[in-house]
Write a protein that binds this ligand. Structure first.
Ligand SMILES: [Zn+2]
Ligand SMILES: [Zn+2]
Length: 785
């Protein structure tokens, strides 16, 4: 390159470097090579919405810097992702654009790829894919069947919003103030059969493993907190309560025995282990496994059905409206006094999962409110906390409170002496989790078809054989917002029953794209040429095993649910067999969750007019500046409050580095009569060593904001060195210049993961080879062979 003074031109430099990377396939995933160190770094799978926003830029700038850092240190890196292409946003985009969803996501993915390439991210595009490719969504279908066989997918009923006018179910975000987003008519809740994922089977293990993840030191605090939040662990005690007079016998069964012959005891939980004697009632979740036993009689059943059809979702924020159904049953009090009424209420689910809990008004605001509604005294003496009635806000926040260890209420102590003189109830330590099974089916056409056939004869719901996968989704569907276009496609629906060969009808619900996310992290571990085989074959590939577990996930802090469910399903596949090689069932060794990009303290939205457009910034300042600004502005675990001044500061810095380096390249040297600057040179070398040491540590710990500051500081010291040398003479000696150029080389190397284009261009200008990976300073591979 011509080293004559020329100004920093990011557009030209970035185009040239990107072309060079493409030409030498710089980011191709290396073939598995014995014991070479390797790491799979997983960026988040973007929704194929059509545009890369500044939040993506933050996320991928962190992940890319990490990936480039490890490549520079000589490790083999897998850095690739799949587009999350199914789901409602794509369906709505297609409706708005008047095209089929498959055409829509194809276009969106192309555009997003262009944007990401312009930003210079080092993804292996050869391994990228769309989750809506048939070869890919068969993963969802296969996983569905495997989990179904294991009893981890099951059929139940659930409530969905339904618009009579549009004849379609609606997602929560499509219901605006109780009205349909499309026709603005009132929406009602209907009950539908749903396929559910039984994550409850692995809550305990996911909880137990958290301490291991924490000890590993490579799960950051935000990621760990998200896992705890999703889990919603509550510690307490449980005890068995025997049905009292008028208990489950309400339907005519003999006392103490349920209609199915089992003794009627109910295990109840409470986080207030020291206050079980103060219980005044018992609440049971409508999803409790034994609920049928306690909801006897037609009227009660009808009420329960109503409750299950989801009235709660609508009114959950209104404390007065949280449904309570009196079962008429009572349970013996642990204090031996008056027996406790048993009530069904979904308030239990949001706090403790599908369980039964003691209502202790003296200890719990929500319980105090319920006691008041039931006309029960809080405790014998009245008083205590029951005087402070729960407000609606407190009830609404009960969910959040339950997520911490028992919440603020658990810390309340009350020495009211009620336990004295009463025989202590038989309690045992117990734990409950708020997390629970959830529905995975959706009544929409743009999703993975569920591989189930309903026999027209007697076979019922029959699973499609795994060898018959994929069940193909017709690609020419054009959703309009009305009905479910998939259900109207006779060529899709009509089929034969896999069991008896008679006529059958396909399931027309599709899988929620959340289900696709359960496996989206796996296929990039497989070279594209190996993706044809059966999934059993693919999961047995050496390549896949060599890359797993993923060394680090870098994703937004809103990914907690995804990661939690991925951890759950990995354990299921470990126990079933295909992922048995992941002994602890953890798909991710490490996890970094970064916070969002906000502006003026608020979330960015078109509505607020405060959106930052990365394309505009890149066109104006170049990709390196935009990347550097997002890394510099905040620690990943903190919200990045966008400021243009960070962009300007970073742009000025890169300009100065460029100008300074080039000013040194052509400059004349003069040999002084004696060497008076040796101490300055040795100090410069020390500064470089320190910068390398610290930056190495920070990059490895994903503390890029500190790394940027270190590199900026090193640059200040380089300038300071030149100034001090010049203070002792007219010009730099050859030795001085040599030291300075070496230091500038180190600076370029440290910058390479952060601002790869300018760094490589400077490295080249300093006379180095850029046909291969730029090495990290201070590692042996730096020494030329
Ligand atoms: Zn409608
Ligand atoms: Zn059949």
């Amino acid at each position: 390159m011509d080293t004559a003074a020329q100004s920093y031109d990011p557009q030209a430099i970035e185009a040239a470097r990107q072309a060079a990377w493409r030409a030498r396939e710089a980011f191709a995933t290396p073939a598995i090579d014995g014991d070479r160190p390797r790491r799979y770094i997983k960026p988040s799978a973007p929704f194929t919405s059509g545009n890369i926003h500044i939040g993506h830029v933050r996320s991928y700038s962190i992940g890319d810097a990490y990936a480039r850092f490890w490549r520079a240190r000589g490790e083999d890196v897998l850095f690739a992702f799949g587009f999350d292409a199914f789901g409602l946003p794509a369906e709505l985009g297609a409706i708005a654009g008047g095209v089929s969803p498959s055409e829509w996501v194809g276009r969106c993915a192309e555009h997003m790829k262009d944007q990401l390439e312009r930003l210079g991210y080092s993804f292996d595009w050869e391994r990228a894919f769309l989750s809506s490719d048939a070869q890919m969504y068969r993963w969802s279908q296969w996983l569905f069947l495997i989990l179904l066989e294991a009893g981890l997918v099951y059929r139940g009923t659930g409530a969905v919003d339904w618009c009579d006018t549009c004849q379609t179910t609606l997602a929560t975000i499509q219901v605006e103030d109780g009205l349909c987003w499309r026709c603005h008519n009132p929406v009602r809740l209907i009950q539908r059969p749903q396929w559910n994922l039984r994550i409850s089977a692995y809550l305990h293990e996911n909880d137990e493993r958290l301490s291991e993840l924490e000890r590993s030191g490579i799960w950051d605090e935000v990621a760990l907190a998200s896992q705890r939040y999703v889990l919603g662990r509550v510690e307490g005690v449980e005890l068995d309560l025997v049905a009292g007079p008028g208990g489950a016998s309400a339907a005519g069964a003999p006392d103490g025995v349920s209609p199915d012959g089992a003794a009627t005891t109910l295990t109840a939980f409470t986080p207030h282990g020291d206050a079980v004697e103060l219980a005044r009632f018992v609440l049971i979740s409508p999803k409790h496994p034994q609920i049928e036993r306690w909801a006897q009689g037609e009227e009660l059943r009808a009420q329960l059905e109503d409750l299950r059809s989801g009235g709660l979702e609508r009114d959950a924020r209104d404390a007065e409206a949280i449904p309570l159904i009196d079962t008429g049953a009572t349970l013996a009090s642990p204090a031996g006094g008056e027996s406790l009424p048993l009530l069904i209420s979904p308030v239990v689910d949001g706090r403790f999962g599908a369980t039964a809990v003691l209502g202790i008004p003296a200890r719990d605001h929500a319980d105090a409110l319920i006691a008041a509604r039931l006309g029960l005294a809080a405790d014998g003496d009245g008083g205590g906390e029951a005087e402070e009635m729960a407000s609606a806000e407190e009830m609404a926040s009960a969910e959040e409170m339950a997520s911490s260890d028992g919440g603020p209420r658990a810390r309340a102590t009350s020495d009211d002496g009620h336990s004295s003189g009463t025989p202590a109830a038989e309690t045992r330590p117990a734990v409950r989790y708020r997390a629970n099974d959830f529905s995975i089916s959706r009544q929409r056409s743009w999703g993975t078809p569920i591989p189930i056939v309903y026999c027209e004869g007697d076979c019922g719901a029959v699973a499609v054989a795994k060898e018959q996968l994929p069940v193909l989704l017709p690609l020419d569907l054009k959703p309009t917002g009305e009905g479910n276009p998939l259900a109207e496609r006779e060529d899709f629906v009509a089929t034969t029953c896999p069991s008896c060969g008679g006529p059958g009808r396909r399931e027309t619900d599709t899988l929620d794209c959340h289900f696709d996310a359960l496996w989206l992290w796996v296929p990039v571990c497989v070279p594209p040429g190996e993706r044809e085989g059966t999934l059993e074959e693919i999961l047995a590939l050496e390549d896949l095993r060599a890359w797993l577990p993923c060394e680090r996930v870098v994703a937004g802090s809103d990914s907690g649910n995804f990661v939690f469910d991925q951890r759950t399903v990995t354990k299921a596949l470990r126990d079933i067999g295909p992922l048995a090689f992941l002994g602890d069932g953890e798909p991710f060794a490490g996890c970094l969750f970064h916070e969002m990009v906000i502006r003026d303290g608020r979330k960015m939205s078109k509505h607020l007019g405060n959106v930052v457009d990365p394309d505009e910034l890149v066109a104006r300042y170049g990709a390196d500046t935009v990347r550097l600004a997002t890394l510099y502005a905040a620690r990943p675990q903190r919200s990045l409050n966008w400021s243009d001044s960070a962009v300007l500061r970073c742009h000025r810095f890169l300009n100065q580095v460029w100008d300074f380096t080039h000013s040194q390249l052509g400059a004349e040297c003069r040999e002084p009569e004696r060497d008076t600057t040796e101490h300055l040179r040795s100090r410069l070398a020390k500064w470089c060593d320190t910068a390398v040491e610290k930056t190495t540590e920070e990059m490895g710990a994903l503390e890029m904001h500190s790394a940027v500051r270190n590199v900026m500081r090193l640059f200040d010291r380089l300038k300071d060195y030149e100034k001090r040398v010049l203070a002792r003479g007219d010009a730099l000696s050859e030795a001085d210049r040599h030291s300075l150029l070496a230091a500038l080389g180190t600076l370029a190397q440290l910058l390479a993961p952060l601002t790869p284009h300018i760094a490589e261009e400077l490295w080249r200008a300093l006379g180095n080879d850029t046909d291969t990976q730029m090495p990290w300073p201070g590692v042996s591979s730096q020494v030329p062979a």
